[in-house]
Design a protein around this ligand. Structure first.
Ligand SMILES: Cc1cc2nc3c(=O)[nH]c(=O)nc-3n(C[C@H](O)[C@H](O)[C@H](O)COP(=O)(O)OP(=O)(O)OC[C@H]3O[C@@H](n4cnc5c(N)ncnc54)[C@H](O)[C@@H]3O)c2cc1C
Length: 245
């Protein structure tokens, strides 16, 4: 099953198909440089070994697992991956804290934004966690459906104001100030593999907000299509709480 999934993932990447997250949001593979072999080649430079290409009787996978376990991280910096991401502004706000990624984002000064915003599914509208002040509980809010409608109404009203301000000649760079943080934006994000793994350790963790976690999980699956040995070793460490952050 895993091999079938990997084959499907590689085919999807070939066709640049988006993996949808949060309704209209997505992650789409754009480009990459390097693979598992680039990592072991870079590591073997340390002991002046010759370049190799091709099969290795499992030695490459073992070396990659060793490097990750011992936080010998620089070989992972020789792989670079770019994703296109469409996500609500509040998710991108968290994402941009990862300063070791390079970003290019759509300009709401240059272009009028499409009317598109994230509405959480009713089962995601739970209640505020009392002891962990950052988090929500798993208990669905008793009026989740009404609360969801309140979000829709507020976003619709904000977009109506946005369009009206633009119609009246207000510059786009100011009209956007009325838009909610649920508004979808789009960016390219590029990082080397070491920093993608760091991003995943923080953002696929159960303490990360659900809305960024779904993107981290999509990226994890797409990286598995690019560097399968690395992701298998990383997931093994992560399962034991030992993945590097
Ligand atoms: C669950 C969760 C809750 C969070 N809550 C908050 C919050 O309430 N408020 C808030 O402001 N942020 C919050 N953050 C963001 C967090 O503080 C980090 O900014 C974010 O996770 C990026 O991590 P990073 O700095 O390791 O990543 P990157 O910016 O990619 O940096 C990677 C590493 O490079 C080094 N580095 C990069 N820049 C510098 C620098 N200027 N100086 C020194 N070393 C540097 C550090 O070793 C850093 O760990 C939260 C993050 C998570 C995952």
């Amino acid at each position: 099953v895993i091999n079938e999934l990997l084959t499907a993932m590689r085919a999807a990447q070939e066709r640049r198909e988006p993996v949808y997250c949060l309704g209209a949001g997505f992650v789409r593979y754009v480009d990459h440089m390097g693979n598992d072999l680039s990592i072991v080649r870079a590591a073997r430079v340390s002991y002046n070994a010759d370049w190799r290409s091709g099969s290795d009787d499992g030695k490459d996978a073992k070396l990659i697992a060793y490097l990750l376990r011992h936080q010998h991280t620089s070989p992972f910096e020789h792989v670079t991956v770019t994703f296109e991401v469409k996500a609500p502004l509040f998710v991108l706000r968290q994402w941009h804290r990862h300063r070791t990624q390079s970003y290019s984002e759509i300009s709401a000064r240059y272009t009028e934004l499409d009317e598109g915003y994230y509405v959480p599914a009713a089962e995601q509208i739970t209640t505020q966690h009392q002891s962990n002040k950052q988090m929500r509980t798993a208990t669905v809010h008793p009026q989740a459906a009404e609360m969801r409608q309140t979000i829709v109404d507020a976003c619709d009203a904000a977009f109506a104001d946005y369009r009206e301000l633009i119609r009246c000649g207000v510059p786009r760079e100011l009209a956007r100030s009325v838009l909610p943080t649920a508004t979808y934006s789009r960016m390219f994000a590029t990082a080397n593999l070491h920093n993608w793994l760091r991003f995943l350790a923080l953002r696929s963790h159960e303490h990360a907000q659900y809305e960024i976690r779904v993107y981290a999980e999509a990226i994890l699956a797409m990286l598995t299509g690019i560097v399968p040995h690395t992701m298998a070793a990383w997931e093994e460490l992560n399962a034991h709480g030992k993945a590097s952050t």
